[in-house]
Design a protein around this ligand. Structure first.
Ligand SMILES: NC(=O)c1ccc[n+]([C@@H]2O[C@H](COP(=O)([O-])OP(=O)(O)OC[C@H]3O[C@@H](n4cnc5c(N)ncnc54)[C@H](O)[C@@H]3O)[C@@H](O)[C@H]2O)c1
Length: 355
């Protein structure tokens, strides 16, 4: 485990519970972090630097600050180790491509920690889009807000938006064709702490709005999808009923233009919360990583999947700087996209019944 801070400590716990993992060792230059984690997991070996551990390990999970992802991943790949890198895969599309090429050349697994793609609620959202259960998809909206943990090396866009972009790409089965983004700095002198993105998808043709903030009084983790027949809200903070499908809608009546009639007609129906088999997404993700190493299958969230998100982030950063919509073709490079693997638990059905 390279990087044993907030998120790395959760990986240590998840990895230790996997049969495929013989032992976990901690790699972190912060003795304080290592000591604190060793109190929960006594007996784990530790190293200050990745280079010192290479002879003792088969694979690495990297959960360090994003600016260190590329050099650490390349060091591990060059030594023939399988690598899972936390989101964002890299801080630029060029770096992400270099990592993908290096992993291909070495024949090792490269995976990105897009945890929400291992979340049964997100699998359920994808099923709803695929089955057309919501009717015509009008728009999607996501909000990831809090008085958040400011990062050292990336702004709120690179820190939080990878989650929403990966959810949207996965649920829609596509990458946006263009991006508009507005972001601003308030409490931090250098790093933007609030951002609004608009992602334009072509197939299906739909717009998604993404709001991320480290500077909001209320914690929100929400994905909303609005269709002509139904509307669905995924609230990741809800203790139960994380997904609620609202059977309601609004339409223009035949009497349009008749000022004596109501301008719109409203339809109200039941709110249904589909049953979700809930297993911790991080554990499913880590199990999938080891499955891919052992079987040679291509991960659901492989390097290309990570790159697709980084390209959107790069287009969004460019949009902020140049105050214009940025076409994804401006930042995209050509890559072959072979068949995707499905994580073991996704086969066991995300939701028993969607609607
Ligand atoms: N998938 C998710 O849901 C999720 C959630 C939180 C964070 N993350 C990601 O995890 C990564 C870490 O975030 P965090 O919140 O745990 O940060 P953190 O600051 O709590 O931990 C980072 C750790 O990396 C260590 N580190 C720094 N440079 C290192 C190096 N060269 N080698 C080894 N260790 C090094 C630091 O000492 C620290 O212990 C980020 O990429 C973040 O985006 C993902």
């Amino acid at each position: 485990m390279v990087g044993c801070g907030y998120w790395g400590s959760k990986h240590v716990r998840a990895l230790r519970s996997l049969d495929a993992v013989g032992t976990v060792c901690m790699i972190d230059p912060s003795q304080e972090r290592v000591d604190s984690l060793r109190r929960s997991f006594p007996g784990l070996e530790s190293y200050a630097h990745l280079g010192q551990a290479l002879d003792a390990i088969d694979a690495v999970v990297i959960a360090t600050p994003p600016s260190t992802h590329k050099p650490l991943a390349l060091e591990a790949i060059a030594a023939g180790k399988h690598v899972m890198v936390e989101k964002p895969l890299a801080t630029s599309a060029a770096d992400a491509r270099e990592m993908i090429d290096a992993a291909k050349a070495q024949g090792v697994v490269l995976m990105v920690g897009h945890t929400f793609e291992y979340h049964s609620a997100v699998w359920s959202l994808r099923e709803m889009v695929r089955s057309g259960a919501l009717g015509d998809l009008y728009y999607l909206d996501t909000a990831r807000l809090n008085l958040g943990l400011y990062q050292h090396d990336v702004n709120v866009l690179l820190d939080l938006a990878p989650h929403d972009i990966s959810i949207l790409n996965y649920v829609l089965g596509a990458q946006p064709v263009s991006v508009e983004c507005w972001a601003s700095r308030h409490a931090h002198r250098r790093l933007e702490d609030i951002a609004y993105l608009r992602l334009y998808y072509e197939d299906p043709k739909v717009v998604a709005n993404v709001h991320v903030s480290w500077l909001d009084p209320c914690k929100v983790r929400r994905v909303t999808m609005v269709g002509s027949q139904k509307m669905v809200v995924f609230d990741d903070l809800a203790a139960e009923e994380r997904i609620r499908v609202h059977n309601k809608g609004v339409a223009q009546p035949e009497t349009e233009g008749d000022l004596t009639q109501a301008p719109m007609s409203y339809r109200y129906g039941d709110v249904v919360s589909p049953y979700l088999v809930f297993n911790e997404p991080l554990s499913i993700e880590d199990e999938h990583f080891t499955d891919c190493i052992l079987t040679g299958m291509r991960p659901l969230t492989d390097g290309e999947n990570g790159l697709a998100v980084v390209e959107v982030l790069e287009a969004a950063q460019r949009s902020v700087q140049q105050r214009r919509a940025v076409d994804l073709s401006e930042v995209r490079g050509g890559l072959d996209v072979p068949e995707l693997a499905i994580p073991r638990q996704a086969n066991r059905s995300a939701s028993r019944e969607v609607l």
